[in-house]
Design a protein around this ligand. Structure first.
Ligand code: SIN
Length: 554
């Protein structure tokens, strides 16, 4: 990338020897499904674990997940069909080996969750209830609390964490940077420099660090993600020398509540799974003419169709019609309550909806063990790019991926703790950054300009000119934002967002084709020469590429 993004190895100046020192076998950054599942696995295999949560456990993408967890648990479904659906959604860019791994290893982990007390919704007869979402050819979405699957999953895993004396959970703890003994490419990660709301800066030394820091929805003006989803993990990994892949692919959820002043609350795809219709201003179902699965087409198709419908008819949204769904309130209590705040009753009223950024498909490239190309650094969950999602994530595959790669990385980290001899660190690390000669900036203004530019130029429909402009704008803002030294999380977040946003824009500009969630109006089709993963690494201005992993390695 351009040098402005590559100048600094660390966000702040520090001398490791002068900071409080903390030691652990395994450091897990992030407390959503992947982070908590990794921590549990590592701790149950005897490792000493610290989990960092940037905010509270209620503000993770996991806790906000509504729809459910996909998995093959029923006799009328098959692994093969789930694999096929995932590959079709992924628009010919999935690594088949990763798809097979997650689809096959998921079901036992779902049973294990039930043993741990996860309260999936059941019929009066005690059978697990199952729902349908876009792109799935079978009903295989398991849910809890109607539309509160993520909150129940977070509760269940957090309880298990609480019961394990090997795990220390630090909340309100911001990870600034992964630490390496030198700035040379290939230097191993030895933990992280962190900032705790009460205790300030700390060095946490770990034999293995698992990055499970979640998503990047806050890069966009319109997003379903909670405030902490500011792409910190992507930026940290990049600065530490790890390779990021497929950054162009950002998934937009078709249906979020669109009312001036309301947050863009998700209206789960499961609502369309229960039969809700999308209507234009004339009250017609426009999706019927777009795709054989109509409202249950893959999300990229639905999101694009909504944007095109709005462009044709004018206005800012289309309508979701749920009036014919029996028992809406009991099936979707959270959504019902949110709508009530605005005096909307889905049994009577149409709901104004519009797409919003939802899920970061690209991320830190890893192999099937969650291993990145930097020693000591594993990744799991949304921050990772395992190859599972290809160019578009199939609905409800993300909680499943978090469970599977959480378990895999936790086990691997525990093994490394058993076999790696003495504890890591402390070594002397000096980050010597001079304060900028330029004056103060208005951070809030930089942040909102970035979010608007990403939405306008790097959103659902893109073209070369808009992407090029976005790259230029982000580089310009970065010049006078990345040279500053901030002493609180908001500054570090905006610095991380500029870096990650720039990677998304550059990857989207490079990918001269339309594939999955990446739609270029100037290149309408998928191109065989782009059926590769694009790889971005600090210090290299243009991406490398790597072919797909088609087969499970022996
Ligand atoms: C939803 O409930 O629509 C979101 C599910 C997902 O993103 O997988």
């Amino acid at each position: 990338m351009g040098t402005v993004f590559d100048d600094r190895r660390y966000l702040i100046p520090f001398r490791s020897s002068l900071l409080p020192q903390i030691f652990t076998d395994v450091l897990v950054i992030g407390a959503g499904v992947a982070g908590l599942r990794a921590a549990i696995e590592a701790a149950e295999q005897g490792a000493d674990v610290i989990v960092l949560s940037k905010d509270s456990l209620r503000l993770t993408n996991t806790a906000w997940a509504q729809g459910g967890v996909a998995g093959v648990l029923r006799d009328d479904d098959s692994t093969r069909s789930h694999i096929e659906d995932t590959m079709v959604a992924g628009a010919d860019l999935c690594d088949q080996a990763a798809v097979r791994l997650v689809v096959e290893q998921g079901p036992p982990l779902l049973h294990e969750l039930i043993d741990w007390g996860m309260q999936f919704d059941r019929s009066d007869a005690g059978e697990l209830l199952v729902g349908r979402e876009g792109g799935h050819s079978a009903s295989r979405i398991f849910h809890a609390g109607g539309d509160a699957t993520g909150a129940e999953l977070e509760r269940c895993l957090a309880r298990r964490v609480e019961l394990n004396d090997n795990i220390r959970l630090f909340d309100q703890c911001f990870s600034l940077d992964l630490i390496t003994p030198s700035d040379e490419p290939g230097a191993p990660v030895l933990g992280a420099v962190t900032h705790h709301a009460r205790f300030g800066l700390q060095m946490i030394w770990a034999r293995t660090t698992i990055l499970a820091s979640g998503g990047a929805g806050q890069l966009y003006r319109e997003t379903t993600n909670p405030k902490p989803a500011t792409a910190d993990g992507l930026a940290m990994a990049y600065r530490a020398g790890a390779t990021l892949a497929d950054m162009a692919f950002v998934q937009f959820h078709p249906t979020t509540l669109y009312l001036p002043g309301a947050s863009r609350s998700l209206i789960s795809e499961a609502v369309r799974g229960e039969g809700a219709h999308l209507l234009d201003d004339a009250g017609e179902r426009f999706m019927v003419a777009v795709h054989p699965l109509a409202e249950l087409a893959p999300r990229d198709v639905v999101a694009r169709a909504i944007v095109q419908q709005i462009a044709q008819q004018g206005g800012k949204h289309v309508w979701l019609d749920c009036r014919h769904i029996d028992g809406f309130q009991s099936r979707f209590p959270g959504i019902f309550a949110e709508l009530s705040r605005f005096e909307l009753d889905p049994r009577r009223d149409l709901i104004p909806v519009h797409p919003a950024a939802h899920y970061m498909v690209g991320g830190v490239r890893s192999d099937l063990q969650g291993q990145t190309d930097v020693a000591g650094l594993l990744v799991a969950g949304e921050v990772a790019s395992t190859g599972l999602h290809g160019a578009n994530r199939l609905a409800s595959n993300s909680l499943l991926e978090g469970l599977v790669f959480g378990q895999i990385t936790g086990a691997r980290a525990a093994e490394q703790a058993r076999t790696n001899g003495s504890r890591t660190g402390p070594v002397s690390i000096v980050s010597d950054i001079r304060p900028s000669a330029q004056g103060e900036i208005d951070l809030a203004d930089v942040c909102s300009s970035l979010q608007s530019a990403m939405w306008r130029n790097v959103g659902i429909e893109r073209n070369g000119t808009k992407l090029h402009d976005a790259v230029d704008m982000l580089t310009f803002w970065a010049r006078y934002t990345l040279d500053k030294i901030f002493d609180e999380p908001r500054g570090w977040e905006v610095q991380n967002m500029l870096l990650a946003g720039s990677l998304v824009a550059r990857s989207a500009e490079w990918r001269e084709e339309s594939r999955g969630v990446h739609t270029r109006t100037d290149y309408a089709d998928a191109e065989p020469r782009f059926r590769v993963h694009d790889l971005w690494r600090r210090g290299t201005p243009t991406p490398a590429t790597t072919p797909l992993v088609e087969e499970v390695p022996a």
